[in-house]
Design a protein around this ligand. Structure first.
Ligand SMILES: Nc1ncnc2c1ncn2[C@@H]1O[C@H](COP(=O)(O)OP(=O)(O)O)[C@@H](O)[C@H]1O
Ligand SMILES: [Mg+2]
Length: 628
């Protein structure tokens, strides 16, 4: 009996570890709700949706699994071959036997290496294709979201979905899925092979399995928490970054660098800590599995060596040197995939969490979309009518209250009124950025909801106060819709709106670089570029929202001049603070608090001596003071 004492010592050591881990497991509090990481979708649903993306690549997956079987063969067969080699090396052995075994070994090794290589290349390629499809769908869906929906989700979050989360999903296709299957097959294969070689020693190895399972379960709980934290903190940092980088100018102006730096530091440290926790958890788990591996090898060696190898018996069977070598190799190949299985299972969970986040974005129903039977607008005249329009951005906080007005084709209509009175909202409703709650908006006498959104928006040329320029060139910013236009056509549009004056002064003219947001141009120049962009397409209806605000007097003259020309292109609706710019409008609508309080021509409104008259005289006086 005393010969089993060393085995008891090993057992006691492992049990001590097990008890310590169980205590830690019980004490650990996993505050799921606090971190806001509840999963709503079932794993089965996520898998189903992911498989839909994988479906076009059935053949590739079949090939990958075929190759995988070959790459597994090495793990199972090589210990047997090495065992055989040990078995035949006796005092008088035939050299050809040894050589043929070595050749067999090398053959299996080479085939397995080649298969593993081919398999991982194929998997990488396929995985990347699948993920770029997912990324594309996500981006496409984000583009479809209405203004309202888009403004409700922080940009950083969307960036994280399309980049980080898509990457996690890509890991699943390129690594996790294959390795999970491969490792599971290896574990099963080795167990079967061990049983075939020696039942008793296999039972000995299996004594360690309950401990492996126990440690794995505990590890999964800790690592899941760590993963979740890392992910939340990453989204957090991305959101913070995208907002603050866009707002960097404001941060500088208000001298907020220090406090922003502090905020960033907190988030940064948080992410660092979360990563640290993750590393710590893995740092414990891997050595523990290693300990189990070493223990089982020790037991094997002890059992074999206690009887000087040759005629050792364990539970009645002899352990030959051949079996010893084979088992030693099997054991060392057995624990590694088990440890990896546990880790990959975690990554799978994390990939599922990412998939769910992506699918949640994809599942947002598009707020403003084509109604059934919507038709293309086709050729329009440009008559516009607001017919008792009521609109609220949220609930019943009416921003527009019973607004009625008509614009005849080719007329110019101006909207004036205090900030917040609803002018921008009116323009936004025209292009169906939002849907109204009550009333109708008519284009050529037809409710705009009867048209497809894309054909409706094509009728409008929009020039807004904050011109958005993309990084690229002046040319690429002007020809946004149609790349086939010639430089002459573009320059003609530029001349029409007086943009040629500053473009001609640039060495490279239309090819001049435009930096992010058009930072390297003045507000007036940006505005002129946006005018050129609009008139190039000669839209039926042009919309200008305070396009002449914050522009110097010199540029204002240019803009005023081009505005007057643009009025001849088609219907024009213009919001302006400077009343001098809209005196020639066919109709001036005065807004106050979401309602129309006056409308008429400049002369009519002045004669009425109402709100417009007051505004106009106020501005004129101020002008006179400035100019004198
Ligand atoms: N996206 C939005 N969500 C909620 N309320 C908004 C939104 N945009 C504007 N508003 C509100 O609607 C009102 C009218 O705004 P707006 O049409 O931009 O006024 P104006 O262009 O005349 O200055 C304001 O009270 C503003 O706070
Ligand atoms: Mg406005």
């Amino acid at each position: 009996m005393h010969e089993y004492y060393p085995l008891l010592v090993i057992g006691a050591a492992i049990s001590t570890f097990a008890v310590a881990f169980i205590i830690a497991y019980v004490l650990m509090k996993d505050k799921k709700e606090a971190i806001g990481f509840e999963r709503n979708m079932k794993d089965s649903e996520i898998i189903k949706r992911l498989l839909r993306y994988a479906k076009p690549y059935k053949k590739e997956f079949a090939a990958v699994f075929g190759l995988m079987i070959f790459s597994i063969a090495y793990e199972i067969v090589s210990p047997l071959l090495v065992g055989n080699i040990t078995g035949i090396i006796k005092e008088d052995f035939e050299m050809y036997q040894l050589v043929s075994l070595i050749i067999a070994y090398a053959g299996v090794l080479i085939v397995s290496l080649v298969c593993t290589y081919a398999q991982s290349i194929l998997m990488q390629k396929t995985g990347q294709k699948i993920v770029s499809a997912i990324r594309f769908d996500t981006f496409e869906h984000i583009e479809k979201l209405s203004h309202q929906q888009f403004s409700e989700i922080p940009t950083g979050k969307l960036v994280t979905r399309v980049s980080n989360d898509a990457n996690a999903v890509s890991m699943m296709f390129t690594h996790i899925m294959v390795n999970l299957t491969k490792n599971a097959l290896i574990v099963v294969g080795i167990l079967v092979a061990m049983f075939a070689v020696n039942l008793e020693l296999t039972l000995m190895v299996m004594c360690f399995i309950p401990f492996i399972i126990l440690f794995t379960v505990i590890f999964r709980k800790f690592s899941r928490r760590a993963y979740r934290r890392v992910k939340d903190r990453t989204t957090d940092i991305n959101t913070f970054l995208s907002e603050n980088l866009s707002g960097m100018k404001i941060i500088r102006i208000f001298g907020k660098q220090k406090s922003k730096k502090h905020d960033f530091d907190v988030k940064n440290t948080g992410l660092g800590k979360a990563k640290g926790e993750q590393i710590f958890v893995f740092g414990i788990f891997r050595p523990v599995v290693y300990m189990l591996y070493i223990s089982s090898v020790l037991v094997l060696l002890y059992l074999s060596a206690s009887g000087k190898i040759k005629d050792t018996t364990f539970l009645g069977t002899a352990i030959t040197s051949e079996i010893l070598v084979t088992f030693y190799m099997y054991i060392s190949k057995f624990f590694n995939p088990i440890q990896q299985l546990a880790e990959q299972f975690n990554m799978l969970q994390s990939a599922f969490a990412s998939s769910e986040k992506i699918f949640t974005i994809l599942d947002i129903p598009v707020g403003v979309k084509d109604y059934e039977g919507a038709v293309d607008v086709g050729e329009v005249r440009g008559d516009i009518e607001f017919d008792h329009v009521w609109f609220a951005y949220k609930d019943e906080n009416w921003v527009l209250k019973d607004v009625c007005f008509k614009v005849k084709a080719d007329q110019t209509v101006a909207l004036v009124g205090a900030t917040g009175s609803g002018k921008t909202t009116i323009l936004s409703l025209l292009c169906r950025n939002y849907d109204i709650q009550k009333g109708r908006i008519l284009l050529d006498g037809v409710d705009i909801r009867k048209y497809t959104i894309s054909s409706l928006r094509r009728q409008f040329g929009q020039m807004l106060q904050n011109v958005f320029l993309f990084s690229g060139t002046i040319k690429s910013n002007i020809v946004l819709r149609d790349e086939t236009l010639t430089d002459d056509q573009i320059m003609e549009a530029c001349r029409y709106v007086n943009a040629d004056k500053f473009i001609d002064k640039l060495d490279d003219g239309l090819d001049h670089e435009v930096r992010e947001f058009g930072n390297n141009f003045s507000a007036g120049q940006r505005q002129l570029i946006s005018f050129a962009r609009t008139v190039l397409y000669k839209p039926k209806i042009m919309i200008l929202d305070e396009a002449t605000a914050n522009i110097d007097t010199e540029t204002e003259q240019l803009i005023q001049d081009s505005l007057e020309r643009m009025m001849n292109i088609g219907t024009m609706i213009i919001v302006a603070h400077r009343l001098s710019t809209i005196q020639h409008a066919d109709n001036i609508i005065v807004m106050s608090d979401g309602k129309i309080i006056e409308q008429g021509t400049h002369e009519q409104l002045l004669a009425a001596r109402g709100k417009y008259y007051n505004l106009y005289t106020l501005q004129k006086d101020r002008r006179r003071i400035i100019e004198s």
